[in-house]
Structures are given as structure tokens and as C-alpha cells.
Design a protein around this ligand. Structure first.
Ligand code: HAM
Length: 418
């Protein structure tokens, strides 16, 4: 039985095959993400992986709706696997908005599902770190989010020479569109053309813009001029006060595909442009209102950072530490008459927070020792019974080869754990 295309199997290291993903790398990233988000004062939330189809059809925009994994469930409900987290977040916050002080700073690490054409950096399932800040219109909120995104990437070892945040604003494009004589009802269609500009051929873009009464030359000129709007200048000043100016540049090629963005938008890319977008987000001041049917109006901004492209980049740059099995101690049981006493000590050490393993069934001593080495145990423990029936423990430091003998109660303080 094969797995479905675009889905992944995650194995513990060392990996058996180049076609599978590392569960250890995934945990490594999640730990970095959680620690960095908490350092910025964000709290974790989660929601269901299956949602009513309606949550996406009106609010996310054509591109994502075309990629939905949707079906009718046994209760005759139209449902979809979540392709993104933002509508779920808007639903959650909208439902209990009064319960939380503003601004709300929340993060989540959902697994998301999109029926996309499988290609490098894009699969049909991915994990996406999301951080969102609700209840604040000041561009300081957008800057706080971008600073968090930069710190997340730095925590994974990336530097200003590895990545850049391309900062833009839908307001700049909204004003551009409003100044033209194009039909105001076709504004989102125009955004879609800008979003595809770097991927489509000039002829395709030219034709689509002409249909809206606009020219590719004029659009290109506007992008090249790259004049920051007042909100973008404020964001850049804020980031520069934090010493992060070198990570950002104004780039009006970015406009974002999703329908709900209303203000500053941004995407993170590797500097060489070898990979797909690492992360993307922006301001979406009307989504909570839309999802709550107008009951709750809450300005918001946020971003999503996927695990696929980030793993590709840090693997290529060799930034991952060695992620292997690591035990504090391996308890050798060479004399079966001492198994019960060994089990007691093992359980006590585990309850004290030590990672301890042992042979479940009788095993030759050399094989037991090999297992201790393979699992990178810091110590081996071997219980011994004296002629008077007293139990002592021989503790061996596998790095220094130093040995100690102690009573079972003395073992824990002797395991000098890193
Ligand atoms: P997005 O740009 O669709 O934004 O996705 C954000 C990131 O998720 C992308 O830059 C990419 O790293 C990753 N990603 C997206 N699709 C795939 C895929 N098929 N395979 C692998 N990685 C993928 C959003 O989803 C917004 N909801 C983010 C947001 C949060 N905006 C405001 N708050």
C-alpha cells in the first residue's frame, strides 16, 4: 500500500530512505517555533482539521477554493480539510472575543491540506506555523509580526544573506487601481494578475492587464519606483529600531493571492530565489467581521510559515544539528535475577525525568552494550547484588569511561545530565 501523492511519512533519524521526511527535524522546527513565539508573548491555540466548506468558499479566494479537499460527510454536511488556518482563527476569536484582552497575540502549528500540483516546495499537506495579532490597527502590529518571522528564521540558523522579507501593501495597489479608469468591481481580478506577474509570461500578463484597461509597462514602472506608503515607512522604521532593517525591502511584486488581505502584505524568500516562498502574510481587517456575519469587527494581521520550504533550505545550507536517539542511561540486565530491582530503579529514574531504556527480554551482554552505544546513552547502569543481598549500581560514563558504584538512591544525582 503506497502513501498518497503529495503526502509524507515522517521517520525517526537516521532516515531509511531519501524519499521520507524526518520526524526529528519536524520536532526540532516546532520547538524553535514555539520558543520564539513565546518570547514574543504569543499564546498557542488550535482548531479542528475539518471545517464547514462555507468557511472557505466566501472568504479565502478562488485559488485556495480550487485546491480544497472537500466532501459530503455521513451527516450530509459539506465539509473541507483546512487549507489554511486564518478563517478558523477568525471563527475562534469571533466566538469569544470579549473573553480576551486586546491585542490578542496567538500562534498555532496546524497541518494543512491543499490539492495542489505537486512540485518542489509544494505538497498536498504541510505544517504551517501561524502567528496572528488581532485588535490593533497600528502598523506597530505589522512590524511586530515581521520581527517575529525574522526571529523564527534566525532561530533556524538563517542570516540576512540567506533570506529577505519582501514588503508591500494592498493599499498601494488599491490606490494605483483607483487612479486608473478600470472597473472597481474587478479589483481582485487585478490583484490576481499582479500576484502571478513573476510566474506568468509577459504576453499573458500584458493581455490580462489590457482586458482591465491597464498596461504592463505602467505596472512595471510602479513596481520599480517602489515608493513606500506611510504605513510601510512606519513598519520599516520600527524594524530598523530593532536592528532588523537589512532583512526587509519594499517590493510591490508581492500582493498575495488570498482575497482577504487589506493593507501591508509580505513574503519571505531565499535571497538566491531558488525556492518557493518560505512564508507569507499581511493585514486582513475585515475577515473577522465577514466570518461573524458582522457581529464582531476586529482588525487583524498575521502570517504563515510552512515547514516544507524551510526544511529544504536549512538542509541545503547544512544548518541542522545531528538529531539522533539520545538516552540519559541504558540499564544493562545481565543477570535475570536482578531484573525486578532494575525495573524499580528504571521507573524511578524515568519519573524523575531521565530518558532510560533497557532490554525487554534476556539478551547477550555484548548486544546490550551495543544497544546502549547505538542509542547514544550518556551512562550505562548495571545492578549488582552483594553476598549479603544488598543492591548496588555500577554507573559508567560512556564518554569518559569513568565508573562509580552507588546505592540505587544515589544514582540520580550521579547522572550529571547536560
Ligand atoms: P500562504 O501564503 O497560502 O498563506 O501560505 C503560507 C506559507 O505556507 C507559504 O509561504 C509556504 O511556505 C507554505 N505553504 C503554502 N502552501 C503550501 C503547500 N502546498 N506545500 C507546502 N507549503 C505550503 C496562508 O496560508 C495565510 N493563511 C497565512 C496568514 C496567516 N495570513 C494571515 N495570517
Amino acid at each position: 500500500m503506497e502513501r498518497l501523492p503529495g503526502f509524507r511519512d515522517f521517520y525517526p533519524e537516521p532516515l531509511p530512505h531519501s524519499d521520507v521526511w524526518s520526524a526529528d527535524v519536524r520536532n526540532y522546527l516546532f520547538d524553535k517555533w514555539r520558543n520564539t513565539a513565546r518570547a514574543f508573548g504569543f499564546r498557542e491555540y488550535d482548531g479542528p482539521p475539518l471545517e464547514p466548506l462555507d468557511l472557505y468558499t466566501l472568504k479565502s479566494g478562488e485559488e485556495i477554493v480550487g485546491q480544497l479537499y472537500n466532501f459530503i460527510d455521513k451527516g450530509n454536511r459539506a465539509v473541507a480539510l483546512r487549507p489554511e488556518m486564518t478563517p478558523t482563527l477568525a471563527r475562534l476569536v469571533g466566538a469569544h472575543e470579549r473573553h480576551y484582552k486586546k491585542p490578542v497575540k496567538w500562534f498555532s502549528i496546524p497541518q494543512l491540506f491543499r490539492y495542489e500540483r505537486q512540485q518542489k516546495g509544494r505538497l498536498r499537506e504541510h505544517f504551517q506555523f501561524n502567528a496572528d495579532l488581532l485588535g490593533e490597527t497600528d502598523p506597530a502590529a505589522d512590524a511586530e509580526l515581521i520581527a517575529l518571522l525574522i526571529s523564527l528564521l534566525q532561530a533556524c540558523g538563517l542570516t540576512p544573506s540567506d533570506f529577505v522579507i519582501r514588503l508591500s501593501s494592498r493599499n498601494a495597489w488599491h490606490d494605483y487601481f483607483a487612479r486608473s479608469s478600470a472597473d472597481p468591481a474587478r479589483e481582485y481580478e487585478f490583484y490576481q494578475v499582479i500576484d502571478k506577474l513573476e510566474r506568468a509570461t509577459p504576453d499573458e500578463s500584458e493581455a490580462k492587464l489590457a482586458a482591465l484597461g491597464l498596461s504592463l509597462d505602467a505596472v512595471r514602472h510602479f513596481i520599480e519606483a517602489g515608493q513606500p506608503t506611510p504605513e510601510l515607512s512606519t513598519i520599516i522604521q520600527d524594524l530598523s529600531a530593532r536592528g532588523l532593517a537589512e532583512f526587509v525591502k519594499i517590493d510591490y511584486n508581492v500582493i498575495r493571492g488570498l482575497a482577504y488581505y487589506t493593507g501591508p502584505v509580505f513574503e519571505a524568500f531565499d535571497r538566491q530565489g531558488q525556492f518557493r516562498a518560505i512564508a507569507g502574510g499581511g493585514r486582513y481587517d475585515h475577515l473577522v467581521g465577514l466570518i461573524t456575519g458582522g457581529k464582531v469587527q476586529l482588525p487583524a494581521a498575521g502570517f504563515g510559515l510552512g515547514d516544507v520550504v524551510l526544511t529544504e533550505i536549512i538542509t541545503q545550507r547544512r544548518l541542522l544539528p545531528k538529531l539522533e536517539a539520545r538516552l540519559d542511561a541504558f540499564c544493562l540486565i545481565e543477570d535475570e535475577s536482578i531484573r525486578r530491582d532494575s525495573l524499580r530503579l528504571i521507573h524511578e529514574l524515568r519519573q524523575a525525568g531521565c530518558a532510560v531504556d533497557f532490554p525487554l527480554a534476556p539478551l547477550k551482554s555484548d548486544k546490550q552494550f551495543k544497544r546502549a552505544l547505538d542509542s547514544h546513552a550518556a551512562y550505562t547502569l548495571r545492578l549488582e547484588r552483594s553476598t549479603h543481598g544488598e543492591i548496588s549500581v555500577r554507573i559508567k560514563n560512556l564518554r569518559t569511561r569513568e565508573e562509580n558504584v552507588a546505592s540505587p538512591a544515589e544514582v540520580l544525582p550521579l547522572l550529571r545530565l547536560p
